[in-house]
Write a protein that binds this ligand. Structure first.
Ligand code: HEM
Length: 502
């Protein structure tokens, strides 16, 4: 009997000690949480919070005045949601990288409905990872190398039709057309006929208008029309998918990758299923959406920054004229991937434009649990916004931050201080494509054209990203001073036998 009694007593005492210890730990944790303070800041009026203040002024000024007053972490209340704003590189890294699992992407339901709820950027976990791997292939270096001739053709055509306009036209409008065409060629390869492309362009344009309008589903409203156009887009995309399947040629472009992807192997929890047509469509529209206005807005700023600094423009022109255009027979031969990798100053101009314009001022996440950051509580369900623009414009990380100075990128910025393409699991997979588009655009713009901006261009409008007022009205004209005209350059695109030197 004694042989059982003593071990039993020890077991019971150990169990009691363990449960006492666990309950103390829990209590301590609750006490700690209760002791945690919410970040400083103001929540404004009931329900509307500080939304009116945000929309009645430059959002950059709204956030930076708060940062001055409260520091790198502060609370506010916007669009019906309590929010915590984070304006330091460490805090942005905390949310987007090191504790990313505690913060999920969050978008208004009305916007999700228009883009498509299965688009990768609304998701986290296995589905997100699967989609991310899929889109990274056609946006990776090997695929981009093959895409150079298509991007160049799109750039030549966009510049030629902008110049043909004669009058002052919106730079943003011309750049949107370009980024749409590049998006289409990335998604569908060169295989989409003009009729389908026009159908996509027309309906996508209606979706876009609705996206930026008040989400009211009454017939006749912009939002209602956008929902209808989004349904038509599903129809067009289903037809394209069906035709590819019938031909037994899904293709190696982004659409082909989406069509062929199987959900992992069975040994790793996947069921081997293909994506549904709806998931394919949501991700096609998602990528198009992520690619178009972002790239077009930055391109518009680049045109302005170069225009406003004639010395810099001359230096960029010299880089292209001497090293590239002359070896390409005055522009009669196509650009090569290797040449796009050699545009050192131009690359710095692009980085500085991304920093100065910071067109994605911030991103949104939602805390999935109570989270502590530097002694402050971020309550579960609150929105969390890392403020990229405030970091990019802080004198702590960028000397003389409001000066456009590409030479600052001769030295790499400090870690986590320069994130125009975000950071962590949701960082932009299209960043290299966007940069390629910018390099090629700058090459043809500075070597083949001259331009003048018209009217006041220091004011900013939001559409939805910041761009110069009226999309930067500019007159573009061909520069034939080297004796090569646009038609000769354009002919390059139709040369099937042009050698593309890697
Ligand atoms: C200058 C142009 C661009 C800028 C500034 C930009 C910026 C960004 C940023 C900041 C994010 C992360 C958002 C977040 O964390 O919430 C993002 C995500 C994304 N971008 Fe871009 N982007 C650009 C161009 C493109 C292009 C050309 C494509 C595709 C062809 C693209 C596709 C995507 C996709 C699919 C995501 C979602 C990734 C995910 O959730 O895993 N972007 N972009």
């Amino acid at each position: 009997m004694a042989a059982y009694f003593i071990p039993l007593c020890i077991f019971i005492i150990a169990l009691a000690a363990l449960s006492y210890y666990a309950s103390r730990q829990k209590k301590n944790r609750h006490e700690q949480e209760a002791a945690l303070k919410l970040p400083p800041g103001s929540m404004g009026l009931p329900y509307i919070g500080e939304t009116l203040q945000l929309y009645s002024q430059d959002p950059g000024v709204f956030f930076s005045s708060k940062q001055k007053r409260y520091g790198e972490i502060f609370k506010t209340h916007l669009l019906g949601c309590p929010c915590v704003m984070l304006a330091s590189p460490e805090a942005a890294r905390f949310v987007l990288v090191s504790r990313a699992h505690l913060f999920r992407p969050t978008y208004p339901r009305s916007k999700e409905r228009l883009i498509g709820p299965s688009a990768l950027f609304f998701h986290q976990g296995d589905y997100h990872l699967r989609l991310r791997r899929l889109v990274q292939g056609p946006l990776g270096p090997e695929a981009l190398r093959r895409l150079v001739p298509d991007v160049e053709a799109a750039v030549r055509s966009a510049l030629a039709s902008w110049a043909a306009d004669g009058d002052a036209a919106s730079t943003f409008h011309a750049m949107k057309r370009l980024s749409f065409d590049v998006g289409i060629v990335t998604i569908f390869g060169g295989r989409l006929d003009e009729r389908r492309k026009e159908e996509l362009r027309r309906n996508y344009g209606v979706v876009e208008k609705g996206y930026n309008s008040f989400p009211n589903s009454f017939p006749g409203t912009l939002y209602y029309k956008a929902i209808q156009a989004r349904r038509r887009l599903n129809g067009v995309l289903s037809d394209i998918v069906r035709e590819r399947r019938a031909r037994g040629e899904p293709g190696s472009d982004l659409l082909g990758c989406l069509m062929q992807s199987r959900d992992g192997d069975r040994d790793h929890g996947g069921d081997g299923a293909l994506l549904t047509d709806e998931q394919v469509a949501d991700n096609v529209i998602g990528v198009l959406f992520a690619a178009q206005d972002t790239t077009a807005s930055v391109l518009t700023w680049i045109v302005k920054y170069l225009h406003d600094q004639p010395k810099l423009l001359e230096a960029v022109r010299a880089e292209h004229q001497a090293a590239i255009r002359e070896s390409n027979d005055g522009g009669r031969r196509p650009l090569t991937w290797a040449q796009t990798r050699s545009m050192t100053l131009t690359h710095r101009v692009i980085l500085e434009s991304l920093r100065m314009a910071s067109i994605i001022s911030f991103t949104f996440r939602e805390a999935v649990a109570d989270v502590e950051y530097k002694g402050f509580l971020i309550p579960k369900g609150w929105k969390v916004m890392p403020l990229f623009r405030n970091i990019h414009h802080s004198p702590d990380y960028f000397q003389d931050p409001h000066k456009f100075d590409p030479s600052r990128f001769e030295v790499a910025p400090r870690p986590n201080t320069f994130t125009p393409f975000g950071s962590g699991v949701h960082a932009c997979p299209g960043n290299e494509l966007a940069k390629l588009e910018m390099l090629v655009l700058i090459h043809h713009l500075v070597t083949g054209y001259r331009w003048e901006t018209v009217g006041l261009s220091d004011e900013v409008e939001y559409s939805p990203f910041p761009v110069p007022r009226h999309g930067l009205l500019a007159k573009l004209r061909e520069d034939n001073s080297d004796g090569v005209n646009g038609k000769e350059r354009q002919a390059v695109d139709n040369h099937d036998d042009c050698e593309v030197i890697a």
